[in-house]
Design a protein. Structure first.
Length: 135
């Protein structure tokens, strides 16, 4: 409970900081060159729309990774809570293998998520650079 509240407050602080920085940057940019500010804003909007599917896939994968992490924690909790029972039946190795498989799946998911996020950033920055170089 408390961790979620702290995480939420921290996220709100980061959001407020990002909004303030965005307003300052936009104001400075508009003072320096209103035409270029509009051009860059329009190009960014077009790129965000073009990469909408990529961002959606990354968000869904991130959600699935959170669920995988929770499943790993449940598996570990079940193993720890039932360790005496598992030892008496000789099934601790099976629990360990299930947990290892869950961790491997989570690790693979995190690698897919990192690759997808990096690919999205590369596409966005590359396309933005090409648009600005042509302007």
């Amino acid at each position: 409970g408390v961790d979620r509240v702290q995480s939420g407050v921290f996220a709100l602080i980061l959001l407020a900081q990002a909004v303030v920085l965005l307003v300052v940057y936009l104001a400075l940019s508009a003072l320096a060159s209103p035409t270029m500010t509009l051009l860059v804003g329009a190009a960014g909007g077009v790129l965000m729309l073009a990469l909408r599917g990529q961002r959606r896939r990354a968000a869904l994968l991130g959600k699935r990774l959170g669920e995988d992490r929770q499943a790993s924690f449940r598996e570990l909790s079940a193993l720890v809570q039932g360790l005496k029972v598992a030892k008496s039946f000789g099934t601790e190795a099976a629990h360990g293998m299930r947990f290892a498989a869950r961790v491997d799946a989570t690790r693979a998911g995190y690698l897919r998520y990192a690759a997808l996020s990096a690919q999205s950033a590369l596409l966005f920055q590359g396309a933005a650079g090409m648009l600005l170089a042509g302007a």
